[in-house]
Structures are given as structure tokens and as C-alpha cells.
Design a protein around this ligand. Structure first.
Ligand code: PXP
Length: 247
């Protein structure tokens, strides 16, 4: 099976930094370590409230990274202007609510077509690959393809939640939806990514889906890095993904 890329989300290194208001730990140092440990890309989400990643972090990532930056952003004029200034390799459009702790649910592409279309066109024209973070829902997938996105990232949150709750029935059901969604999206010409909530325990069934070309993983890896180091955590995740690809 084809190689599956691993994108490492460094947001929560910035969360720890911001807890004390200083400069450490530095998320750019984490990105460089992740790159050296074999990450195929770095993901960073500049939220409206700048609760973790800040504007200067994006400037520094753009200046220093040798692997692609996947810039996660809400579909707002402010974020569009920042993305167009930097022209990162990829822009992943996500829903964003001020009161949420993390991105809850996928983007409702279907009901926001008119809002999203010009943004996707502008980002495409600037040379950034647009990825839409959506639930594995056939209507959302079809709408994403119609709008000219190149990539969809399928939300694995519900699957991972079921996994944590040891609810095998629900995990299987969610996994089937992601499998079907990946098939449908690839058939519609979209590149398929996935992510949210993945851990060593839950990653393999997702990584075994052949249409999925990239997994984006953050919180678990940064947490694990506290105990074993980022390089060891990434190497272990990489190994599990590779094992799943080998079947
Ligand atoms: N992909 C997207 C689009 C996300 O919003 C997030 C969380 O910021 C992730 C992947 C990574 O999720 P986690 O931090 O739970 O691994």
C-alpha cells in the first residue's frame, strides 16, 4: 500500500508556552524536532483568539520549515488575508467556535457554499492546496469536490471517542463511515486526509484505509513527548502507521 504521510500538529506546545506567557517551550523548535524525527509536514492552527499559535509563530514556521506547512484556519476574512500573505503549502479550513476546547465536528460545507467558494478560489489561485475538514458524510464530500477543494480531511473525532469509551460497536460504525467516505472522496478526485484524537491505540484501523494519504496528529503526540520525547513519540506513531499500511 502507498506510503501515508504523518503531519504533526504543534499547537499544544504553544498552549504550554502561553500558560506562562513567555517564550518556552518554543513551538518552532518542536516543529524542527518533529521534522528531524520524520514528520512529513507540520500543522498549526491560528485561532481567532490566538490561544495557542500566534501570528509570529506562523511567520517563523514559514521562514524555517523544510517540510510543508498545513495552515489550519477558520473561514474568515482575517484568516484568508493571513493565508494569502504567507501562501502556505496547504490551508485546512475548519469550523471554529470561541467556546470550544478543540475543533468540534466538521465544517458544514453544504450550507456555506456561497461563503466558501470565493475563499477556495482565492487560495487555489495563490497556490495553496485547500483542504476542508469535514465529517465523512457523502453530501459534505460531494459539496467539497464541487467547490474545487483539492483535499478533504475526514474528522476522526467520533471514532476516537468511541475507541476511548471502549464502545466497539460505535467505533466500528464510525470506522465504516470513514472508510466509505474515503472511497467516495477519492472517487470524486479528492485527496483524502484524516485526523483528530488519534492515538497509538486508535491509529491503525484508520491508517489501513488505502485512500487516506495523510494523517494529522497533535494532542496525543505532544502529550506523549512529555514522557518519552517528541522524536520517540513520532517514531512510534510512524511505525504503527507503516505497519497498518503493510496490512
Ligand atoms: N486535523 C484537524 C483539522 C484539527 O483541527 C486537529 C486539531 O487541531 C487535528 C487534525 C489534530 O487533532 P489532535 O490534536 O486531536 O491529534
Amino acid at each position: 500500500m502507498e506510503f501515508c504521510r504523518l503531519g504533526v500538529n504543534i499547537d499544544h506546545v504553544a498552549t504550554v508556552r502561553n500558560a506562562r506567557g513567555g517564550h518556552v517551550p518554543d513551538p518552532i523548535r518542536a516543529a524542527q524536532l518533529a521534522e528531524a524525527a520524520g514528520a512529513d509536514g507540520i500543522t498549526a492552527h491560528l485561532r481567532e483568539d490566538r490561544r495557542h499559535i500566534r501570528d509570529l509563530d506562523i511567520d517563523r514556521l514559514m521562514a524555517t520549515l523544510n517540510v510543508p506547512l498545513n495552515f489550519e484556519m477558520a473561514a474568515t476574512p482575517e484568516m484568508l488575508a493571513i493565508a494569502l500573505k504567507h501562501r502556505p503549502h496547504a490551508c485546512c479550513l475548519v469550523p471554529e467556535k470561541r467556546e470550544e476546547r478543540t475543533t468540534e465536528g466538521g465544517l458544514d460545507v453544504l450550507s456555506q457554499r456561497d461563503h466558501l467558494r470565493p475563499m477556495i478560489e482565492a487560495l487555489n489561485a495563490a497556490g495553496s492546496r485547500v483542504s476542508l475538514f469535514i465529517e465523512a458524510d457523502p453530501d459534505q464530500i460531494t459539496a467539497s469536490a464541487e467547490l474545487g477543494a483539492r483535499v478533504v480531511e475526514l474528522h476522526t473525532g467520533s471514532y476516537c471517542e468511541a475507541f476511548v469509551e471502549h464502545n466497539a460497536l460505535k467505533a466500528d460504525h464510525e470506522l465504516s463511515k470513514i472508510r466509505e467516505g474515503a472511497r467516495l472522496a477519492a472517487a470524486a478526485g479528492l485527496e483524502v486526509h484524516a485526523g483528530h484524537g488519534l492515538t497509538y491505540d486508535s491509529v491503525k484501523p484508520i491508517a489501513a484505509i488505502p485512500e487516506i494519504k495523510e494523517l494529522n496528529i497533535g494532542h496525543f503526540l505532544i502529550g506523549e513527548a512529555i514522557f518519552v520525547g517528541l522524536d520517540v513519540a513520532i517514531a512510534r506513531m510512524r511505525q504503527l502507521i507503516d505497519e497498518a499500511r503493510q496490512g
